[in-house]
Design a protein around this ligand. Structure first.
Ligand code: FEO
Length: 170
């Protein structure tokens, strides 16, 4: 049995991860409309990864014989002033998700739920990588975003991203 508070946080995280997928799909849509298909590809794959994260939380609860409750997913705020504003919203969101993972980890730690802590270890590492990726994108956009030729090259680089399934298997 998972402690009720930890259970509730894990269940909420399913929704948060699906929201993340939806948010990144809205970013992908923004860049598709802007004609930057490489950026659109990058965020579409990011959306797929977030869906995977949601399913990992879902599967973990099911494997632990805990009830899963699926809630409504919020509508992402789809208005952006610039390409950079999208990238910055991505970094801010990843930092927020890191705080959520840390909160669940802390709750599991408080009740000595070592199994949940071990499950969350993968997400702790993943969040570090996702914050780094978001920061790198902002750095590249600052360096190359104002020159059309450089932006074209950056778009080509992001077009090369391919989906890979998560390394964590439950
Ligand atoms: Fe699933 Fe980007 O956090």
């Amino acid at each position: 049995m998972i402690n009720p508070k930890v259970h509730a946080l894990l269940n909420t995280q399913i929704n948060k991860e699906f929201y993340s997928a939806y948010l990144y799909l809205s970013f992908s849509n923004y860049f598709e409309e802007a004609g930057l298909d490489g950026f659109a590809n990058w965020y579409r794959i990011q959306a797929q990864e977030e869906r995977d994260h949601a399913l990992l939380f879902y599967t973990y609860l099911q494997n632990e014989d805990m009830k899963v409750t699926l809630e409504a997913i919020d509508k992402p705020d789809g208005e952006f002033e610039s390409h950079m504003a999208v990238l910055e919203a991505g970094l801010a969101h990843e930092r927020y998700v890191t705080s959520l993972i840390n909160e669940i980890y802390g709750a599991a730690y408080d009740v000595r739920d070592f199994r949940t802590m071990q499950f969350l270890d993968w997400f702790v590492k993943e969040q570090g990588e996702e914050e780094t990726n978001a920061t790198d994108l902002i750095t590249k956009m600052k360096l190359f975003g104002s020159d059309p030729k450089s932006l074209y090259m950056l778009n080509q680089e992001l077009a090369a991203r391919v989906y890979t399934a998560p390394s964590l298997v439950l």
